[in-house]
Design a protein around this ligand. Structure first.
Ligand SMILES: [Zn+2]
Length: 137
């Protein structure tokens, strides 16, 4: 069966602060720079969702990208968009809301819900110059 990777890019914006309460204020400032600013700051995140699977001969699709967008809306965007990740999203109470961990969060929400194929990779752009990739544990 011919296989293909299908990708959908979705967008959200959110505020965060990187701060490890186990470490000193100076360590946090040095380690996280402006992402440690006490009053939070925002990013415009772009999230690429890649699904790999067999091309269905009946539709020619691996997965309907409209369905992928709907799943992203329901499972990710509704939870993260226009939120303060530190304060509003319980998943981040015990985890730093770094791009790496946000990608993990997105993976955990979406991977079990892909109807055809499997979630292959997530690429999260925190800025136009920085992205992280996650492919599961
Ligand atoms: Zn930041």
């Amino acid at each position: 069966m011919p296989r293909c990777v299908v990708a959908r890019r979705v967008h959200f914006n959110a505020a965060h602060r990187l701060h490890n309460p186990e470490r000193s204020a100076e360590w946090n400032r040095t380690t996280f720079g402006p992402c440690n600013n006490p009053n939070y700051h925002g990013h415009n995140y772009e999230l690429d969702l890649e699904v790999e699977g067999d091309i269905d001969p009946e539709t020619g699709y691996v997965v309907d990208v409209a369905l992928l967008q709907q799943l992203a809306d329901d499972l990710i965007i509704s939870a993260l968009d226009h939120r303060n990740l530190n304060l509003d999203v319980p998943w981040f109470r015990e985890r730093l809301p770094s791009a790496e961990n946000i990608a993990r969060f997105c993976w955990e929400q979406l991977a079990p819900r892909i109807p055809n194929g499997r979630l292959y990779r997530i690429r999260l752009w925190e800025t136009p110059r920085n992205y992280v990739e996650y492919q599961g544990a």
